[in-house]
Design a protein around this ligand. Structure first.
Ligand code: AHN
Ligand code: ZN
Length: 326
């Protein structure tokens, strides 16, 4: 954000000059417009977001059924409430592809609940029960710590929530923490993933819930994250991808928000789109790892050590700039 402040000062000088009678050049006008659209905005605090990630991981792996899962769920609901949200919790019994019955829990926080124009922001908060991509065979039945795969998106959204408690947005924002995303069958059917989201689309927290669009965050915290334009997001919600990527690039995060086309990811947003809500996925895709995702994906090494505050900042500041542009 320092660069935004510097830019603001710089534009102040420009505006000062142009008010003395000179016609503003189009490039000056472009800078003024860019700053106008971000100057009213809150400053995302990546240290805070990082602390929300370590707090989740400190409970232990948030695998449905585990004590850490219950405690972390209470923590997340309490945080949303503390930042002024109207909180709804959905409890559900689900059966996973391997026949396990789990008690799952979606947590929803409504900000500015009376606003009719709304944006949905979501991330999964559960951890995968097995690190089946771990290089060591003996680790593959252990749970994933889920610092990036899960906690990063949640941590960014909690910091967005904290910012909204300081400055009420004009638009309504609904933060949805979905459960049981990551109990899916690698190489199995797509419907084995995103069970909490599938439940929510069939049982929305509000009858006839219709936000303008949704944004899913998944694995947003790794160093040098690269958010390509994910395939299903482009299929279902191209205009939202364009809008978010434009704001990110104008905010100085073009290194993260790439114009490249990404692969197709079966993720929570697919089911939201099928329910008729246009929804994009901001997800780090990596061509060099073999899995398509960050190096430690579905390993026991997905710990806070993989998290980069710069990556959190790129995503969080982009979201705030979007929210306060409405
Ligand atoms: C598949 O691997 C099919 N989808 C990735 C969804 C996911 C898992 N996101 C996080 N963990
Ligand atoms: Zn996962």
């Amino acid at each position: 954000m320092k660069s935004v402040y510097l830019l603001f000062l710089f534009v102040g000088v420009l505006v000062g000059c142009s008010s003395s009678g000179n016609k503003q050049s189009s490039s000056e006008a472009a800078i003024v417009n860019a700053v106008d659209s971000i100057s009213a905005v809150a400053a995302f605090n990546a240290d805070s977001a990082y602390a929300f990630i370590t707090a989740q991981c400190d409970f232990g792996p948030r695998v449905p059924g585990a004590e850490a899962h219950r405690l972390a769920g209470d923590y997340l609901a309490g945080k949303l409430r503390g930042y002024g949200a109207v909180v709804t919790e959905q409890r559900m019994e689900l059966t996973t592809f391997d026949g396990t019955g789990i008690d799952a829990r979606n947590i929803i926080g409504e900000f500015n609940p009376s606003a009719s124009r709304r944006i949905l922001l979501l991330a999964h908060w559960d951890c995968r029960p097995w690190a089946d991509n771990d290089p060591k065979v003996e680790n593959r039945k252990r749970p994933v710590p889920g610092a990036n795969d899960g906690a990063s998106g949640v941590g960014v959204l909690l910091e967005v929530a904290r910012q909204m408690s300081l400055k009420q947005p004009s638009v309504g924002i609904d933060i949805l923490f979905v459960d049981a995303e990551d109990w899916g069958d690698s190489g199995g059917g797509e419907e084995t993933w995103a069970l909490g989201t599938q439940y929510w689309t069939k049982n929305p927290h509000k009858l006839g819930y219709r936000p303008m669009f949704g944004i899913l965050l998944d694995m947003v915290g790794a160093e040098d994250a690269r958010f390509a334009r994910e395939y299903f997001s482009m299929q279902y919600a191209r205009g939202i991808v364009d809008e978010v990527w434009k704001i990110a690039q104008e905010s100085g995060y073009g290194n993260y928000f790439s114009n490249e086309y990404g692969g197709a990811v079966t993720d929570d947003h697919v089911f939201v789109n099928r329910a008729g809500i246009p929804c994009i996925d901001i997800i780090d895709q990596n061509n060099s790892t073999g899995t398509g995702f960050f190096e430690e994906w579905h390993t026991i090494s997905d710990t806070p050590a993989v998290i980069s505050k710069e990556s959190l900042d790129a995503v969080g500041q982009t979201l705030l700039n979007l929210i306060y542009s409405y």
